[in-house]
Design a protein around this ligand. Structure first.
Ligand code: SF4
Length: 423
């Protein structure tokens, strides 16, 4: 039986890193201020990186840094000092997609582990072996592979194999895309994608400006490039059986509610599989529907298993619109545990409001706010986003610092069934 794979989570900011670790990430990845894709994420400077490494290592969590731009010569001068800085900070591995940066890193910081980014588009065993021969300790496979192909690559390799299991997809090969660059001047390969594949497009004939041709799929427009998000939650047992070493979650630019919530669900799912394997090593494991139900509470743009069974078709695209309504919103983050608990507010709350504490595992604990107070104990009739307040709940809860609290989105009025379809 293969060991349980590492759960690798995005950490777009220090607070997301702390929440990801609380909810059970084995490793986190993040970008420094330079040379990492996701230019719009709150990337880490030197001091923040040092703080992140210390926080992760104190809790036995590995920390990887993305250096995965497609570099031009103008990028190369500053790289050696940056790579040295990352090594000195104690970063556990570099995530690299560009062969030139890889070559530099092998010479400047030969002691560092290098993981090959999905940007390198590894789609076959020979390509994976090439990077292994160069000294890569891990490869992240292109998101366009089927389970059978993932298994073949894994069997050919002694280096570790990492697979994306959840998050946004691109219509281009694992993000090697120029659409954003051409349409907006923002280069996806330099971490600045404006996501024009999610835009609504209309057709206009040049001699009739302002008149749109009726090519819409629905009344909101045509979303010709707009892929659903990846979700392999229900396929985790097969991925584990294939011996994958790390399952990776996408989402460094997502909000803390989504990013933390996804880590929590995948942690619970991996632990569930481990328990089932322990009970009966030969049994076929099916994921109970609770896991997908919990994912749907986080909201999404629709889910797809992408190429996992072979090829994709129009079902994997989202033609009806760029967004899907989310029934829940983040209400607060636990700033300090205790009674009364201190919460950093993300959504307006008032005494009498019904909230839900997202405990580790899939434990959701409903509670009602009895009283709100400032930190110096003045009573409040409302707490606004950004404020840290004391919250008296109507029940005792074993609060944990960095955990999340959510509420039903006020306009929906209830936790109604999500409009999303499970894959
Ligand atoms: S435009 Fe869309 S397909 Fe292209 S890199 Fe950005 S997110 Fe990916």
């Amino acid at each position: 039986m293969h060991p349980l794979p590492e759960l690798l989570a995005p950490a777009g900011s220090i607070e997301k890193l702390k929440t990801a670790i609380l909810y059970g990430a084995d490793a986190v990845y993040l970008g420094g201020k330079a040379f990492g894709l996701r230019a719009k994420a709150v990337n880490f400077d030197h001091d923040e990186l040092a703080q992140a490494v210390a926080f992760a290592h104190q809790r036995g969590v590995r920390l990887f840094v993305t250096v995965n731009i497609m570099a031009h010569n103008r990028d190369l001068d500053a790289l050696p000092a940056y790579l040295r800085e990352l090594a000195d900070l104690g970063v556990d591995a570099l995530i690299i997609g560009d062969a030139g940066i890889f070559r530099l890193a092998r010479r400047i910081v030969p002691e560092m582990k290098i993981h090959i980014s999905t940007q390198a588009n590894i789609t076959n065993s020979q390509s994976a072996l090439f990077w292994q021969d160069q000294g890569a300790s891990r490869v992240n496979l292109a998101r366009e592979l089927s389970l059978a192909e993932i298994r073949q690559v894994k069997e050919a390799l002694s280096a570790k194999v990492e697979v994306f299991v959840h998050g946004a997809l691109c219509i281009s090969y694992s993000g090697r895309c120029m659409l954003s660059h051409y349409l907006t001047g923002r280069d996806a390969n330099q971490g600045a994608c404006a996501h024009p594949c999610r835009y609504s497009y209309r057709l206009e004939e040049e001699k009739r400006p302002g008149e749109y041709f009726p090519v819409m799929e629905d009344e909101r427009g045509v979303y010709i490039f707009n892929s659903k998000d990846l979700c392999l939650l229900n396929r985790l047992p097969e991925l584990l059986a294939a011996g994958v070493d790390s399952v990776k979650l996408e989402g460094r630019m997502k909000g803390i509610y989504y990013a933390g919530g996804i880590v929590r669900i995948y942690r619970a799912a991996l632990d569930y599989i481990e328990q089932q394997r322990h009970n009966d090593p030969t049994a076929k494991i099916e994921m109970p529907p609770d896991f997908m139900a919990e994912i749907l509470k986080l909201g999404s743009r629709g889910y797809s298993e992408n190429f996992f069974d072979g090829s994709v078709d129009a079902e994997n695209m989202l033609y009806s619109g760029p967004k899907v309504t989310q029934d829940y919103v983040p209400a607060a983050i636990i700033a300090k545990q205790g009674e009364p608990v201190q919460m950093e507010i993300r959504h307006v709350i008032r005494p009498g409001d019904a909230l839900e504490y997202m405990g580790p595992g899939l434990e959701n604990i409903p509670f009602t706010i009895k009283e709100l107070r400032t930190l110096d104990d003045s009573l409040l009739d409302q707490a606004n986003p950004g404020l840290t307040v004391k919250v008296v709940a109507d029940r005792h809860i074993a609060w944990q610092q960095y955990a999340l609290v959510r509420r039903v989105r006020p306009s929906t009025g209830s936790g109604s069934a999500s409009p999303l379809a499970a894959p």
